[in-house]
Write a protein that binds this ligand. Structure first.
Ligand code: AMP
Length: 289
């Protein structure tokens, strides 16, 4: 695996590789890699063939300074994992490489998706995500990009970014299902900050989403949502939100027709670690993504 810290070196290498007709798959990450990230690399190997991963903890998407400071950094271990996943290139830029002096900060017209759910609890988060993704896509110029369903709203936002950005419109986006621990807990870099006891307890977040999926009915599901909320609180979570939303607009669904594709989304603190998760509710006869 080749490792590049400088944009110009990466771009020169990719230009040379492209001359032999490769198709580039790109997996942007913030490091502290786990099997969820590696499943994105595996899909990229299958779909694109040649895989570039990046590790960059993007300061502009953290509204909470402490969260940024506490974000786990395990680069040596990450490199070993990427080599074992047969990744071809790792881009490991520092802040100046992504945000060189003089770069003007754009404002992305994301519409209403920007300020809902994660956007409401983390103001500015999705502008920061778009800024770094735009920079990385512009540098790497991938044919395919791979994102995790785990960050469902982020996937909706990136789709929007591709739609509104002529220079990115040829990029094909792939959304990869969430990898989970045996107890159902969605793998996350932030899980490193949970104690063993908390990791066991954290499985209740997915259990709660699954409870909604199993019990959801056509019509109004307020009582079900209320019961699920109580399950979270009983299991020591402090929920930011728990909601049933339209899979495209992410608007809350108060009266489900049983046909529209929906997603149950949740964000909740366990101790001082904030976890997010979701579960897609498929229309009848529809295959899972
Ligand atoms: P992050 O390093 O947290 O920014 O995540 C990098 C990419 O990995 C994003 O597209 C995430 O959605 C994805 N990802 C994170 N956790 C998982 C998981 N448990 N399963 C699959 N993909 C994931």
């Amino acid at each position: 695996m080749k490792i590049f810290k400088k944009t110009s070196d990466l771009q020169l290498y990719l230009l040379q590789q492209r001359q032999s007709g490769i198709t580039v798959g790109f997996v942007p990450t913030m490091g502290a890699l786990h099997d969820g990230h590696l499943s994105l690399c595996a899909q990229s190997k299958i779909i694109a063939g040649f895989t570039v991963a990046s590790i960059f903890v993007n300061p502009t998407q953290f509204n909470d300074k402490e969260d940024l400071e506490k974000y786990p950094r395990t680069v040596d271990d990450d490199i070993m994992k990427l080599i074992s996943a047969d990744c071809d290139v790792l881009f490991l830029p520092d802040d100046d490489e992504i945000y060189p002096a003089g770069l003007t900060h754009k404002n992305y017209p994301l519409g209403s998706i920007e300020n809902k759910w994660e956007g409401a609890f983390r103001p500015g988060h999705f502008q920061g995500v778009c800024e770094v993704v735009d920079r990385l896509f512009t540098i790497v110029k991938p044919d395919y990009v791979f994102f995790g369903q785990k960050d469902y709203q982020q996937c909706v936002v990136i789709k929007k970014l591709l739609d509104i950005s002529p220079h990115l419109c040829k990029i094909k986006m792939n959304i990869i299902p969430t990898m989970r621990e045996e107890n159902g807990l969605a793998m996350s870099s932030r899980n490193m900050r949970l104690s063993e006891e908390e990791k066991k307890n954290a499985a209740h977040l997915y259990e709660t989403l699954f409870f909604i999926k199993e019990n959801i009915q056509n019509g109004n599901n307020e009582t079900l949502l209320g019961d699920a909320q109580k399950m979270l609180v009983k299991n020591n979570f402090k929920p930011d939100y728990l909601a049933i939303v339209d899979a495209n607009t992410m608007d809350p669904i108060s009266d489900w027709d049983g046909k529209r594709q929906i997603v149950v989304i949740a964000a909740a603190f366990l101790g001082n670690v904030r976890l997010i998760d979701n579960i897609i509710i498929l229309k009848q006869n529809q295959q899972s993504i």
